[in-house]
Design a protein around this ligand. Structure first.
Ligand code: G4P
Length: 530
């Protein structure tokens, strides 16, 4: 098959949600449709119910053994669909942010009773920064929840999305009868039979037909007609180009656990979701159809088994054909590398791949050569952009707990930071090291892994920091002065960029007011939006 055909066949996306909205359940139902798994329950939730480190390590160990859960691929209607898994725990949100840099579109799952939750807001923000096309799935319609129009308002207000329902529920909870698909103009009726649910699909292009009453009853028919009229009047018509540019988000309703409304979602997704898109690099835009292979590492997964110290770097292919046993340029190291057993993932199986195409993700065994964001090419010096570090929310000083193991500690910290577990900042005035994370759990994970994988001990000391902001300034003189005056609040990140560590929101505002010529950014790619 030609490269173009391979590209047109692929759709790579991520499912995002606040924990418990139904991401794992929906993923599983999609895989069932694709025949990638045969039974429900095959996809393990990566959610940590109790937030203890031992719990987390247990899950990581299992995941380490079957990293397959990080990427799940299946075939449906002649398309190859790659679902990139995102961690369920909010303390690992940064991992999710980075995974979102490797997708071409996203599906956002919302619990009909809970509406837009904190984590949904953060993740959709990341998608919006990148103009990632989003489809919304409102889940758990078999339970009592919020009014559909209220939810649409909330999506617009809290997530700043322009929405367009493409399916609409007929009742809810006890009185839930099904959905009307505006996309395919059909009535899909939900028939719960004990544990199993079957659906009945009726082509229905004319809602004014008196037949509607026969299917769903008088009251429901009246309500549905009114609501659909309202949708047509209030919401913009569905426009695929707007969706592709991330300007318009179609909304679907259903119940993932009952497998209801999922096929309609998947069918529409396959029709409209983007195939692998061009990707920006510092040097130029890379088109997937270019002959030469390029790709970048967006995730590194440690193999927690101490007998195998290797890690798996997940590489998103951006252009050309990736081939096994071929020399590629590791751009940051300026060295050629080759891979004898690159791995692909098909739901629960992983297998060695000989070739992979744009949109695909391959796992590369790594002994510590990769960092998140690293680029591989056939020789061109390219650097993919848009894999920023985000301002951490928790900070602690990290010190050596065992003077005999200073080397091991330094190596452990370096490798864990390369993996993206947390961010390291080195203070400008005294060289003290500060670890910044998105959630408190990572501190324990780092301590545990340093001890178990590197034989090193670290101790933490509290610091009352509020935010890390990357700073730049066009005026060299003003920047020097800022540097001198604020030295005690400044640090360097892993790439040597200057970072301002604010003790409070007030201190940050004061610094911004006192140094108007200095720009403060909340992500390392120095973009204005937060
Ligand atoms: P997550 O990955 O987003 O965290 O959510 P997950 O799929 O694990 O779903 C969270 C809970 O919501 C699960 O119940 C799941 O069964 C339930 N759920 C998912 N979809 C639906 C739906 O359409 N309707 C209803 N009523 N429930 C749904 P749990 O009790 O936490 O776990 P489990 O023991 O059932 O697996």
């Amino acid at each position: 098959m030609s490269l173009i055909k391979e590209i047109e066949k692929r759709k790579t996306f991520g499912i995002i949600s606040h924990p418990d909205a139904g991401k794992t359940t929906l993923t599983e139902k999609l895989l069932l449709f694709g025949g990638a798994i045969q039974t429900a329950g095959a996809v393990k939730s990566n959610k940590i119910k109790r937030t203890t480190v031992s719990d987390f390590m247990e899950i990581e160990k299992q995941r380490g053994i079957s990293v397959a859960t990080s990427v799940m691929a299946f075939e449906y209607r002649d398309k190859k669909i790659n679902i990139l898994d995102t961690p369920g725990h909010q303390d690992f949100a940064e991992d999710t942010y980075r995974t979102l840099t490797a997708v071409d579109s996203a599906i956002v799952v919302i619990d009909v009773a809970k509406g837009v939750e904190a984590q949904t807001e953060k993740l959709v923000n990341v998608c919006r920064r990148r103009s990632t096309p989003i489809i919304v799935f409102i889940n758990k319609l078999d339970r009592e929840g919020r009014d559909g129009f209220d939810l649409l308002d909330e999506l617009e207000q809290k997530l700043d999305l322009i929405v367009r329902p493409l399916s609409w529920p007929v009742g809810m909870g006890q009185s839930f009868q099904g959905v009307y698909s505006l996309y395919e103009q059909k009535l899909v009726l939900f028939r719960p039979h004990g544990k199993q649910a079957a659906d009945e699909v009726i082509e229905f292009s004319d809602l004014d037909s008196p037949e509607l009453e026969n299917h769903i009853g008088e009251q429901a028919a009246k309500t549905l007609r009114e609501e659909i009229t309202m949708i047509e009047e209030v919401y913009p018509p569905f426009d695929k180009d707007d969706y592709m540019e991330g300007l318009l988000s179609p909304v679907f309703f259903g119940s993932a656990v009952n497998n209801f409304g999922v096929r309609e979602l998947l069918d529409c997704f396959v029709d409209i979701a983007p195939t692998p898109l061009p990707r920006p690099t510092e040097e130029r835009e890379v088109d997937p159809a270019e002959k030469n292979f390029t790709g970048f590492v967006f995730k590194i997964h440690a193999n927690i088994d101490p007998r195998h110290r290797d890690r798996i770097a997940f590489l998103r292919i951006c252009s050309g054909t990736f081939e096994r046993n071929t020399n590629y340029l590791h751009v940051r190291h300026g060295k050629k590398v080759r891979f004898s057993n690159p791995t692909s993932f098909m739901a629960s199986k992983k297998e060695i791949v000989d070739k992979a195409f744009p949109g695909d993700v391959v796992g590369l065994y790594d002994t510590g050569n990769f960092k998140i964001g690293d680029t591989l090419t056939e020789g061109e010096e390219l650097h993919f952009t848009g894999i920023p570090s985000f301002s951490p929310e928790q900070f602690r000083y990290v010190e050596n707990g065992d003077p005999m193991k200073a080397k091991q500690l330094a190596k452990g910290i370096r490798q864990l930071m390369d993996e993206g577990v947390a961010q390291l900042f080195v203070k400008e005035n005294n060289n003290r090291k500060i670890i910044g994370t998105v959630g408190a759990l990572q501190f324990e994970v780092i301590q545990y892994r340093l001890e178990h994988e590197y034989g090193a001990k670290c101790v933490y000391e509290p610091t009352n920091m509020h935010k890390a902001c990357w700073v730049t300034c066009d005026d060299d003189k003003a920047f020097k002065e800022f540097h001198v005056r604020r030295k005690k609040d400044l640090a360097r990140d892993k790439d040597g960029n200057l970072v301002f560590l604010a003790e409070s929101a007030w201190a940050l505002k004061m610094a911004q007011d006192n140094h108007p010529e200095v720009e403060f950014y909340f992500t390392s790619d120095m973009r204005k939006e937060q």
